[in-house]
Design a protein around this ligand. Sequence first.
Ligand SMILES: *Cc1c(COP(=O)(O)O)cnc(C)c1O
Length: 336
Amino acid sequence: MHLARIPRRRYTHGPTPIEHLPRLSEHLAGPQIYIKRDDLLGLAAGGNKTRKLEFLVADALASGANTLVTTGAVQSNHCRLTLAAAVKEGLRCRLVLEERVAGSYSPDASGNNLLFHLLGVDDVTVVPAGTDLDAAMQQVADQITADGGKPYVVPGGGSNALGALGYVSCAEEMLAQTSDMGLPLDHIVCASGSGGTHAGLVAGLYGNQAGIPLTGISVRAERAAQETKLHTLANATSRLAGAEREVPADAITVRDEYVGPGYSLPTPEMSAAIQLFARTEGILLDPVYTGKTAAGLVDLVRTGELGSDGNVLFVHTGGSPALYAYQDVVLAEPDE
Ligand SMILES: *Cc1c(COP(=O)(O)O)cnc(C)c1O
C-alpha cells in the first residue's frame, strides 16, 4: 500500500497523539486503555471526517468543482467538517439533512447546527427519514449545474473507498507511533457508522499485516448487515490503496448491542460513559458515536472480553460539538 500516489489535501499538522488513560484504566481495572486523539484533527472542531475529506476534497478540486454537496443527520459532524473544508478551499457547500428521528430538526438548534450557520452554509434541505439520499443530493447537484455551477457530491459520512483511505492512513500512522513508543497493542476499538473509519482501519491494519484485532461498535445498523457492508467497503478501499490480498470476512467484527433504541437516541450507558471519560480524564466524547462506542468499550472490559491486562486503543473519532445539543442527556443521572 502506497498512499503517496493518491492526490490529497492536508488539514492536520502531523499525527494526532496516542495518550495513555491511567485514571480510566485504574477505574475499569482491566487492560491499560490508550486513546487515539482523532478528536484533535484539523478543520473546525476536528473529528474523523477530516481524514476522509483530505482525499475527497482533493478529488473535488481535480474535477474543477466549485460547490460541495453532502448529506448527514441533523447534528452531522460530517456536514460540519465538509462545510469547513469547503470554506477553507474557497468552495461553496450545500447540505441535505436527513431527519432520522421524526421532529429532530430545529433550525435554531445548538451544536453542529449552529456551526452550519456560523460557517456560512449556502443552503440546507431537510428531508424525512428513509429518503433516497443519493437522489436528493443529485437533485441539489442538478440545480447547481442548472445555475451554472459545478457540483461535487461527497457521499454520506465520506464513506466511499476514496474517503476510507483516510483511515488506511490512520492505521499506518498508529502502527508507526506505537512502534516508536514501544507500545504493543492487543486490541483496537472504534465506532462503526457509515463505515469508512472501520473499513479503512481494517484495510490498513490487514494490508500491513499488523495482526491487531479491531472491534467496531455499531451506532446504528444491525451486526450482520454492517459486517457485509464493511467487507465490501474494506475490499474496495484495499484495492484502491494498492493492496495485493483480499481482506477476509473474519477480519471484520461488529458489535451491535450498544445502539439502544436507535441512531442518535440516548442510552443510560452512553451518558455514563461520557461522564466517566470527562471525570477521570477530562476527555469530551459525544452522545451519538463516541459515547456509545465508549459504553461498548467499558462493557467489553467489564465482561473480560478484552482480557485482564495488555493494551487496548480506543479511537476517539470526535463529535463533541453535539454535546451542546444534548444538554439533559449528557448530565443525566445513571438511575434516571
Ligand atoms: C461519523 C462519525 C463516526 C462514525 O464514523 P463512520 O466512518 O461514519 O463509521 C464516529 N464518530 C463521530 C464523532 C462521527 O462524526
